[in-house]
Design a protein around this ligand. Structure first.
Ligand SMILES: [Zn+2]
Length: 261
């Protein structure tokens, strides 16, 4: 069984502050290690659950966050940008996906670092009429390749969001947000242990959970924060201005639409 692990940084236990999610600070270097250890826990669980091959995708920002030399020795990793498509390695064909380090969609109260793609410019996103965040976009990418997502980790609100979209999915809460930048943190070893255990238990669900597919044609609407951000979007085939802040992007499938964003 081949397992693909998509990752982000904001949902990792212990990650709260701006200084942890980018730049050159000592806190960012610590956050990279926290991410890498959660990823390793997921890899261990996948292998214990019967995975024969695991690929981990470094998804946050530059795509260069893992501490490569500290990654699990059985995991291959996809790092760096640009890439031809989001979650590019999913086109290779996998049997199950895990999403580690997820955050809730923009506008979620009580979520740690809630946003959808860009806090600076995206206010809301709908996919085929449904309000969605990055967990939904990832699930739709995996589903396009016929891959079911069986495990999500992140703050409690990210886990709730995942279960509302994919009711049978397993989740691991890494922290409970008390505001966007503050949280009640689980002990670090508890988080890793829970990820390990739930990854192992979740893997057999790949037999029964249906991949999450967006019906064709696919439309993604983005409501920007500012009218000027919508003004700056060139209207070409596949894009339509809906109102002052909103652009619709349309294509036959999720990959086509993402190339228009
Ligand atoms: Zn991120």
């Amino acid at each position: 069984m081949r397992v693909f692990i998509a990752t982000d940084l904001e949902g990792v236990g212990g990650v709260l502050l701006d200084s942890q999610v980018g730049g050159d600070s000592a806190e960012y270097q610590r956050a990279r290690r926290l991410l890498t250890q959660e990823v390793n826990a997921a890899v261990e669980g996948a292998l214990a659950g019967g995975a024969s091959e695991v690929v981990v995708d470094d998804g946050h920002a530059s795509g260069f966050n893992f501490v490569y030399e500290e990654l699990h020795p059985r995991a291959r990793c996809l790092m760096g940008r640009p890439r031809p498509d989001w979650l590019a390695a999913l086109s290779e064909g996998f049997d199950a996906a895990f999403f580690i380090g997820c955050h809730a969609m923009a506008g979620t109260q009580g979520a740690v670092r809630d946003h959808t793609m860009s806090s600076a410019s995206w206010h809301n996103m709908w996919a085929n009429g449904r309000l969605m965040g990055e967990i939904g976009l990832w699930a739709a990418h995996a589903g396009h390749g016929g891959v079911p997502c069986v495990l999500v980790s992140g703050c409690e609100k990210a886990c709730e969001e995942a279960r509302s979209l994919l009711p049978e999915i397993s989740t691991v809460a890494t922290k409970r947000g008390v505001s966007r930048y503050a949280a009640l943190l689980e002990p670090v070893e508890t988080v890793r242990q829970n990820i390990r255990e739930q990854a192992e238990k979740a893997l057999p669900k790949a037999e029964t959970i249906e991949p999450f597919r967006l019906a064709s044609p696919v439309e993604i609407r983005i409501e920007f924060n500012l009218t000027g951000q919508a003004d700056a979007v060139k209207i070409i085939p596949g894009r339509e201005r809906i109102d002052a802040r909103t652009i619709a992007y349309r294509g036959e499938n999720i990959l086509e639409v993402m190339r228009l964003l």
